[in-house]
Design a protein around this ligand. Structure first.
Ligand SMILES: *Cc1c(COP(=O)(O)O)cnc(C)c1O
Length: 449
């Protein structure tokens, strides 16, 4: 086949001007790949001709795909503060500065500077957690799912765990309480019904095979109407009376009292701690507003047992996690909520959101039709199921585009909004001040001003 002989020679091909400044080694590898695939395509007859330019541009495209970061920043204009798909909680850049110092230098991660010998990695945050929550001790693992697993495996392997049927939930990402329990080696003992569980259901279920009473935050659903469950304070009391462990998988784990009346249905960790629980676990990156982690607080003797479980080694957290957590916990201790973006966004009042919306509106060209409205959004992350919080949105329309078309075009520029009442909207509950200029630019670009 004559055409095969015209395929470029690799040595000459990689000299192409378009590859200037690129890694020679990677260009060589990709060029070989592209040329050999072209050869195969010609032999198999799927390709009749080629041109040099085309091959060069194929190599360039592959180079770009491999070398640009896959993880990218996006603007969250969905209004959902703890958006699991968009990275959950934001970390203040000041905190990242501390992380930079710690990870780029040696540090005392597991070294006791006072004694000059091996220390424990959890001490960096456990004291802060004790101070903030009043718990006797604390432990950090990779995420709350690990915390649940570690606790069940440590205290309930081959023994029974009593859980209300209304709390056998599935949390996003196929985390199902019955399955996690099975994997941990614990035996599930279901009590009550889907809509109702009473204190006596717990009491009646306790036998010498029982290891603990477990309560699970319902996270992403709630039951309206004829329903009742047993308060965590009551579960703690029953467990104490029967001398077994109580454990609350609190999920979202908020330390500060929530605004918008959300506290009526959701006691804070501080309020629950007053009842002297055995163990509570929650996520680091939900309502605590910190990094991905599972935080366990409770009785010292029990935390000690958890530390002795070999599993802990597999679930242990890195210094980056501990560093971020330490900074955020310090802010919580000092009441500096403005340094924790998740909480800052949650507490911002409507007028601040309106101001931000207006700041964007005045930067937009008149061919974009806008309308600023009060609306409602959700905290997200399975924190306060079906509870709405107030927000401000901006309806956008231009170029006679359908809302779904606007959504798609903006998403292509990493700006994620939502469709509400058949209109595309940007929600200012999650839009940051620094986003305003960028959003204005994107809108200018796609509305062809
Ligand atoms: C979110 C959640 C989990 C899982 O926590 P991760 O930190 O995401 O692993 C477990 N239990 C409950 C009740 C939750 O809300």
């Amino acid at each position: 086949m004559e055409i095969l002989r015209t395929l470029p020679k690799i040595d000459q091909f990689i000299q192409n001007d378009q590859f200037k400044g690129y890694s020679k080694k990677l260009i060589l590898e990709l060029s070989k790949e592209v040329i050999s695939q072209t050869r195969v395509a010609i032999i198999e007859g799927t390709k009749k001709s080629f041109n040099q330019e085309d091959l060069v541009s194929q190599v360039c495209t592959r180079y770009q795909t491999l070398t640009t970061s896959s993880l990218q920043t996006v603007i969250n204009a969905t209004g959902v503060i703890i958006h699991t798909n968009l990275g959950r909680s934001l970390i203040d850049p000041e905190v990242i500065y501390r992380v930079k110092e710690i990870v780029s230098q040696y540090n005392n991660l597991e070294y006791d500077l006072a004694l000059g010998k091996r220390g424990e990695r959890y001490t960096h945050v456990s004291q802060l957690l004790q101070k903030i929550t009043g718990a006797e001790d604390a432990l950090i693992v990779n995420n709350n799912a690990s915390a649940v697993f570690l606790i069940l495996n440590t205290f309930a392997k081959d023994r029974e765990v009593i859980v209300s049927r209304g709390e056998l939930v599935e949390i996003g990402g196929s985390f199902r309480i019955p399955e996690v329990m099975h994997q941990s080696g614990a035996k599930l003992k279901e009590i009550g019904t889907t809509n109702k569980t009473h204190p006596k259901d717990y009491t009646n279920a306790i036998t010498d095979k029982s290891s603990m009473l477990m309560k699970v935050h319902k996270s992403n659903y709630n039951i309206e109407g004829f329903s009742s469950d047993v308060d965590i304070s009551e579960v703690i009391k029953i467990a104490r009376e029967h001398n077994i462990i109580d454990y609350y998988d609190m999920g979202s784990g908020h330390l500060v009292d929530l605004p918008y009346g959300l506290d009526q249905t959701e006691p804070s960790l501080i309020q629950i701690m007053k009842h002297n629980p055995s163990l509570i676990s929650f996520s680091g990156d939900k309502l605590l507003g910190s990094v991905q982690a599972g935080i366990i607080v409770g009785k010292k003797a029990l935390i000690e047992k958890l530390k002795q479980n070999q599993l802990l080694r597999m679930l242990r957290v890195d210094k980056i996690t501990l560093c971020i957590l330490e900074e955020n916990l310090k802010s919580l201790l000092l009441g500096e909520i403005e340094k924790i973006p998740t909480l800052k966004m949650l507490f911002e009042d409507i007028t601040q959101l309106q101001d931000r919306a207006k700041a964007l509106e005045i930067r937009l060209h008149e061919n974009i039709t806008t309308k600023i409205l009060k609306s409602e959004t959700m905290i997200g992350g399975g924190t306060t199921p079906n509870k709405k919080i107030p927000t401000v949105v901006m309806q956008l329309s231009f170029n006679k585009l359908k809302p779904s078309q606007i959504e798609k075009q903006l998403r292509a520029r990493n700006l994620i909004g939502r469709i509400e009442n058949d209109m595309f909207v940007l929600d200012f509950r999650t839009i940051q001040n620094r986003d305003i200029g960028i959003i204005a630019e994107i809108l200018k670009e796609i509305s062809h001003v």
